[in-house]
Design a protein around this ligand. Structure first.
Ligand code: SF4
Length: 358
């Protein structure tokens, strides 16, 4: 029997699932996860910070906000060829999704956005899924990204609507939801989730899951981040999130949104292989990996490709190929070799770093 998709979970139901005895919860989530056609597949994704730092927003966990002294080096929009080089190496390492993040409040209709569209086209044409996280989008920008072949757009809700203003004051939850709606008017898939450890209560986590699971359709991808405490930010001294709380969040997300990818995201570097194995058992089926051992910026560490390959092998898990079950958006043959179309050669290969957990 396949679990039916529901979009009407009540907060009480979600809280009851979340609070089940831990092993019962993991067992139930694992049973739901086993209904996936390939429960032993894990998608490996690579983040690239294509524009780093100097962000005007005040997200209190973020190394890239211009309001905090975090020591993160600012970096203008990367050169397309450097992005393609990183994407190429990622693909060779088994990565099936490349996520490009720019520390912007919102995308602007300018030459920078045009350059991002070019990157989306060329990386997609290499035969990998491309995700972007560029801040707020209007309808026409979402449409242009769709036309460039974008596979997914990441825009995290972070936490509950009521706790949001304690974390970020420069935009509203409604702003977030509006961008998600604009993306939903296209064929671009949605990647949206949250961060644990922002001073939220369990009910805030339940509220976040309630919002996500009421989306129709569910977001195709739901990242579960564990706060990486960045010195210099207001969250630098936040209490640690116990592993079992992260596990409960992953398992509950899997039960509520049975067909979504549940992404074990920031904070994974602190987990042992055994803890990660529990997360995969409870339904996590995607991770970020990085040759530089960092997520979007160096403030948030990540295991590297070799460590992750060894872990997946040890656990009998395999890497999910790109565009599984989907038509390639650009009708690409799937493996354009050779990288950048620009003829200029760029020696420098920008070392991307952490998580604008956008
Ligand atoms: S999380 Fe994103 S929007 Fe917020 S400060 Fe960081 S880069 Fe800016």
């Amino acid at each position: 029997m396949t679990t039916a998709l529901r979009h009407d979970w009540t907060r009480e139901e979600i809280r009851a699932i979340h609070d089940m005895p831990l092993l019962d919860l993991v067992f139930r989530a694992a049973a739901v996860h086993r209904e996936q056609p390939d429960p032993s597949e894990v998608q490996v994704c690579k983040l690239i910070s294509i524009k780093t730092g100097a962000c005007p927003e005040d997200c209190s966990y973020c190394s890239q906000s211009s309001r905090y002294q975090t020591g993160i080096e600012r970096q203008e929009l990367m050169d397309k060829c450097a992005v393609i080089d990183i994407a190429k190496r990622a693909k060779e390492s088994g990565v099936s999704r490349v996520c490009m993040g720019a520390a912007w409040r919102s995308a602007k209709d300018n030459d920078q956005f045009d350059k991002v569209l070019e990157m989306v086209r060329e990386v997609t044409d290499m035969g990998v899924e491309v995700c972007c996280t560029l801040g707020m989008l209007n309808e026409s920008q979402a449409k242009r990204l769709e036309e460039a072949g974008l596979y997914a757009y990441n825009h995290n809700l972070d936490t509950s609507a009521s706790h949001y203003k304690s974390v970020i004051t420069t935009r509203t939850y409604e702003d977030r939801l509006n961008t998600l709606e604009n993306v939903r008017k296209t064929s671009v898939t949605l990647c949206t989730g949250g961060i644990l450890g922002l001073g939220e209560t369990i009910n805030d986590r339940v509220d976040l899951l309630h919002t996500l699971s009421h989306m129709e359709p569910h977001p195709e991808s739901v990242p579960v981040n564990i706060l990486s405490k960045v010195p210099g930010t207001p969250m630098a001294e936040a209490p640690d999130v116990p592993f079992t709380e992260a596990l409960r969040m992953i398992a509950t997300a899997r039960i509520l949104m049975p067909r979504s990818m549940v992404r074990l995201s920031a904070g994974r570097a602190k987990l042992s292989v055994s803890e990660q194995a529990f997360c995969f058992l409870a339904g996590a089926n995607s991770i970020f990996s990085s040759e530089t051992k960092s997520m979007l910026t160096s403030a948030v560490p990540s295991p590297d490709y070799d460590e992750d390959k060894a872990m997946l092998e040890l656990l009998g898990l395999s890497m999910r190929p790109p565009f599984k079950g989907d038509k390639h958006p650009l009708g690409c043959k799937g493996a354009k070799e050779g990288g950048c179309d620009d003829h200029e050669h760029h020696e420098h290969s920008h070392a991307p770093e952490i998580a604008c957990a956008k």
